[in-house]
Ligand binder design. Sequence first.
Ligand code: NAP
Length: 475
Amino acid sequence: MPESYKTLIDGQWVETGRELPVLNKFTGEVAANVPLADAATARRAVEAAAHAFPDYRQVPAHRRAALLEAVADSLWQGAEALAEVITRETGKALKFSLNEVQRSSETFKFAAEEAKRIHGETIPLDASRFGDNRFGYYLREPVGVIGAITPFNFPLNLVAHKVAPALAAGNTVVLKPASATPLSALKLGELLMEAGLPRGVLNIVVGEGAVVGDAIVTHPDCRKITFTGSPDVGEQIIRKAGIKKVTLELGNNSATLIEPDADLDKAAERCVVSAFANAGQVCISLQRIYVHRDCAEAFTRIFVDKVKGLKVGDPLEPGCDVGPMIAPREVRRIDAWVREAVAQGAAVAVGGEARERVYMPTVLTGVTESMKVMCLEIFAPVVSIVSYENFDAALASVNASAFGLQAGIYTNDIRKAMQAVRTLDVGGVMINDTPTFRLDHFPYGGNKRSGLGREGVRFAIEDMTTIKMVVINQN
Ligand code: NAP
């Protein structure tokens, strides 16, 4: 029997008169029904958040911190049950769902800590010849109502990355989770209300992006939009938002370089997790591996052997590494891309096969830069290996991408590592690791089509606050 959820508007758990079925992504059965919002409901949610803002911004920092800390604790204690919810709604292997809940707990914990240190600074006005006898300082204030729109692939932690810093800074929020995966976001809403969040401070609306998302993005009372999702939708949002702050966390076709002096076994081990966790549906999933010619054969052999050892199938089964993709249409899309690459000359070293809702972990060789599997964001359990001779040219290939989120390099040569840091046009360089490494308090975000702004709790708070300058004339 599917579970029935309600949605959170103005402090009340309500129905909307219409229901959206949420599928178990492995079995295809209905796991739960959630209230489906329309544009009018979304506008009502924004109005509730606007109404709640004047009081919530006055809540002292220590109380906001205590509330966020309580949610961090509840997430940690309830991690196993929530992980199962994530696995059902996304198809993510249970061990990765558990990791996501634990990371979400840390995200809330970091937000609780940051809530206590949001401050401005004094400005030495007498540095200007026109500033004598004036005293100046600035404050950081909450922006107001924040519209938060999130994708399906980390349905809890990417919500946490928006809601926790927003609440830490004294903002109110309207959240629109992905339609495919709204369950863990609604569970998080329950934990926040149990922790004593005042009425209207967080509102959750589930519904079609082009309707409900659009109503949030274009609402004049929303002062900031924070979006994580695909570059095309990000581009539509920034065109429509008008004069609002906008943060965009978008896609990537992440690359790692492997130099001959690297520990190939360690590198291959990490590359396997980075390419195939969450069935490759991670914005920083490893998609392109550039390996120096001198170690390409050895690396490919070790890597392919490890891929063959992955446990694929039911994500709730203990030990599962790779579960289904988010929807059968995604399996069909990726199957077509791989077939097209093969028709253009690529070779399948392992995988290359669809099994119902699962796409088997796939390694391609013999690819070229213009194939879709290389130059577009693949967002699937498919990785390509390219051999190179010249380090500078390999760095140039990594940069010859429309995206720029994170990149990795395996080398023990500090000069090469630092050359990569200087040269790569990305938001983060991981040395002796893959682009997939992320901790929730470091600045995270992309260049080029990978986005605008940075998340990571402190950095999100900077974008969720506005500066007010104060000058005292003592003349
Ligand atoms: P998506 O299709 O862009 O959807 C993301 C969110 O936007 C969903 O809530 C969606 O609603 C909503 N939306 C769709 N159209 C909209 C519109 N016109 N106006 C406002 N909102 C709209 O992305 P996805 O398939 O869920 O996620 C995959 C993408 O996210 C990949 O490109 C991945 O790289 C990126 N991503 C980036 C990061 C990062 O931190 N950089 C992290 C994770 C994922 P519906 O669900 O109702 O369509």
